[in-house]
Design a protein around this ligand. Sequence first.
Ligand code: FE
Ligand code: FE
Ligand code: ZN
Length: 277
Amino acid sequence: MFNIGCHLSSAKGMLAMGEDALSVGANTFQFFTRNPRGGKAKELDIADCNALNDLMAKHQFAKIIAHAPYTLNMAAKDEGLRKFAADTIADDMKRLSYTPSALYNIHPGSHVGQGPEKGIELITAVVSQILDMDFQTPLLLETMSGKGSEIGRSFEEIQTIINNCGNHPRLGVCLDTCHVWSAGYDIVNKLDDVLDEFDAVIGLDRLHAIHLNDSMTPFASNKDRHENIGKGSIGLDAITRIINHPKLRHLPFCLETPNDTPGHGVEIALLKTKYLA
Ligand code: FE
Ligand code: FE
Ligand code: ZN
C-alpha cells in the first residue's frame, strides 16, 4: 500500500482535512497544530476529531503528521522561549490524544551561537520533559538542512538527542528528502549508503515518516528551499527510487512542495504511477 499525502490547511477543521486528503487521492496528510509562527491553537473540537478518526478508519489512512509551529526553538538562548516551546508542545500533545493515529513532528531547534553541543543539551532537556509526561503520541525530530545554526543537520546530532533521552521508545525521526540532500546526504546517487548510515547511526526502526520534497538548491547547499516533485535538483528518478525502496516504501510519504492542494493532487497522481505495486 502506497501511503502518500500532502500538507493541508487546518483552517476548516480536522474532518475537513481528511476530506481534502481524499479529494486529492491521499491516505495521509500533514497539518500545523496551530499558526506555523506559533500562537494560540483553535479551540479543541472533540467531535470533529472523532469524525476525522472515523473517516480515516473507513478509508484506511496511514499515520498522519501534526507539525509543530516552526518558530518554536527548544535550543533558544532565552529560558522564556524554551519554556514557551515546552508549554506549546505539551498543549499540542494533549490535543493530539484525540487523534491517536497522529505523529508529532518538530524541528529540533537552532543553537543561535551557543554551539551545537549546548543546543543539543537544551533540546534534550525539553524533549525529555515532554517524554516524561503521559502522552502516547510519538515525537519525531525532523532531519534539517543545516541552514543557520540548525541542529539536526546530521544523523549523529539527532542520535545524540535520542541517546540523551534514554532511547525513549516514543522518540522517532521524520526524514525530509530536501533537507538531507541539502545537508549533504547523497540520496540521488547513493541512497543505499545513506540508508545504511541512517540505520547504523540512528536505526531505521526510529524512522516513522518521510517528507517528500524536491530541492530548489544544489546538493550540500545547506539551504531549505522545497521544490515541486521532479522540478528540482533531486529529480523524479531519485524520488521514484525513494518511494519504492524496500526500507522506506511502507512509510507515510508527505509532500511539502510549494503547491496548492489541487497541485499536490497532480503530484500524488504522478507518484502513484511510479510506485511499484
Ligand atoms: Fe518541517
Ligand atoms: Fe519537512
Ligand atoms: Zn524545509
